[in-house]
Design a binder for this molecule. Structure first.
Ligand code: PLP
Length: 393
């Protein structure tokens, strides 16, 4: 009976296979390094978000080990019951100081942070205005609220202005955007967004997942990058990408922190981080402050690699950050390029519909501070060989 009732799963899997969307994990053996072993093959790794190599940084490792020894493996409860440890609050103080905001609140992930923030502030009758390319965690966070949603074309300021103009009747308006867009590597036009928000009295929320540790002084993010400290009401950041560990946070006002402590459901109903996570995140902030040369190296490597791809004749879109797409058009061609690159020793994820429009299918590359020139050259040579073989260049 159960057997038969569960047959729908086979149909759903078959449908994915028919559309060429069926995937299996690539499995990493050992550490997340720029030259790493996935599925038993050593490859130049252009697929991790480990921008600064902090996943394996000695200071983060040491901090995590010390926290396990002194504080144990788990936190034992949700934040609002018995699961707020002093190290959680120490991380929040350090983050607030780092981000130049009054307060921060850390949640289990960037995904949870978006859900927590949006669910805390949006109510029926409110309006949220969202960039069409915003991250899935924003889209899902919005779906859980009863606010009215309007979408503006990607980074289109005339489009945003039109929506604001036609929406003057809404009392509470929130503009939400990624700081850096994860599939294209372009930066949101935050100065214009902030100006429009001030003109139309809207709240601004920026999700800085791919900018935390990457943009701004010491990696403070896209708001700091544009000199907009103090003019963006709500920042969401992740501790899972360049920061090298796991977690997400709201950086903003003390009163928003207080509200979220009462209303952010991932905080209320899901256990807080193990102390080792908080400790390693604190160490990550220390590294950003003490070793800014890592960020310089990241940007040098990004410029070198992007330039190499452009010289070979690949279409890299309008990336402005270490995320560089190689846009090839058809989805099956992107997957073929990714597979052939992998077979030749370069891991760059193929991305097609529905993550990006079919005609903009691509492989996405992310270089890190820890790639050597030799690794990047090897990757470029492989891109040249496979690109010619598949008649992309
Ligand atoms: C990766 C990402 C997230 C999710 O962050 P996690 O900490 O991995 O949950 C949220 N928003 C954006 C824009 C992202 O790129």
């Amino acid at each position: 009976m159960t057997q038969k009732a569960m047959d729908f799963i086979d149909d759903l899997l078959q449908a994915l296979k028919d559309k060429g969307l069926y995937r299996q994990f690539r499995v990493l053996e050992g550490e997340q390094l720029p030259l790493a072993k996935f599925d038993g093959r050593e490859v130049v790794n252009l697929s991790s978000n480990n921008y600064l190599g902090l996943n394996t940084h000695p200071r983060l490792r040491a901090a995590a080990i010390k926290a396990v020894e002194e504080l144990g493996a788990g936190s034992g409860a949700v934040r609002t019951i018995a699961g707020t440890m002093s190290i959680h609050e120490e991380l929040e103080r350090r983050l607030a100081e780092f981000k130049h905001t009054e307060a921060t609140l850390v949640l289990q992930s960037g995904f949870a942070a978006n859900q927590g923030v949006l669910g805390s502030i949006l109510e029926e009758g409110d309006l949220v205005i969202s960039d069409e390319l915003n991250h899935a965690s924003i889209i899902d966070g919005l779906r859980l609220t009863k606010a009215t949603r309007k979408i503006y074309p990607h980074s289109d300021m005339d489009g945003l202005k039109d929506v604001l103009e036609e929406s003057k009747d809404f009392k509470k308006k929130l503009i939400v955007t990624d700081g850096v867009f994860s599939m294209d590597g372009d930066i949101a036009p935050l100065p214009q967004i902030v100006e429009l928000a001030e003109q139309y009295e809207a709240i601004v929320m920026v999700d800085d997942a791919h900018s935390s540790g990457v943009l701004g002084k010491n990696g403070r993010g896209s708001i700091n990058h544009f000199g907009l400290d103090g003019r963006v009401d709500i920042q969401v950041g992740t501790l899972s990408k360049a920061m090298g560990v796991m977690g997400g946070y709201m950086a903003g006002s003390q009163r928003l922190r207080e509200l979220m402590i009462h209303r952010a459901r991932p905080l209320l109903f899901s256990t807080s981080h193990p102390p080792a996570v908080a400790a390693a995140c604190i160490a990550a902030i220390d590294v950003l402050l003490d070793e800014p040369e890592l960020i310089q190296k990241l940007w040098d490597n990004a410029a070198y690699f992007k330039d190499g791809l452009n010289k070979l004749g690949f279409n890299t879109g309008h990336s402005e950050t270490p995320i560089t797409p190689v846009i090839v058009g058809k989805g099956d061609l992107a997957m073929k390029l990714s597979d052939r690159l992998f077979a030749e020793g370069v891991f760059a994820q193929g991305i097609g519909y529905p993550t990006v429009p079919e005609a903009k299918s691509r492989v996405r590359t992310i270089v890190t501070a820890t790639h050597t020139k030799a690794m990047l050259d090897r990757a470029l040579e492989t891109f040249e060989k496979v690109g010619k073989e598949l008649a992309i260049i």
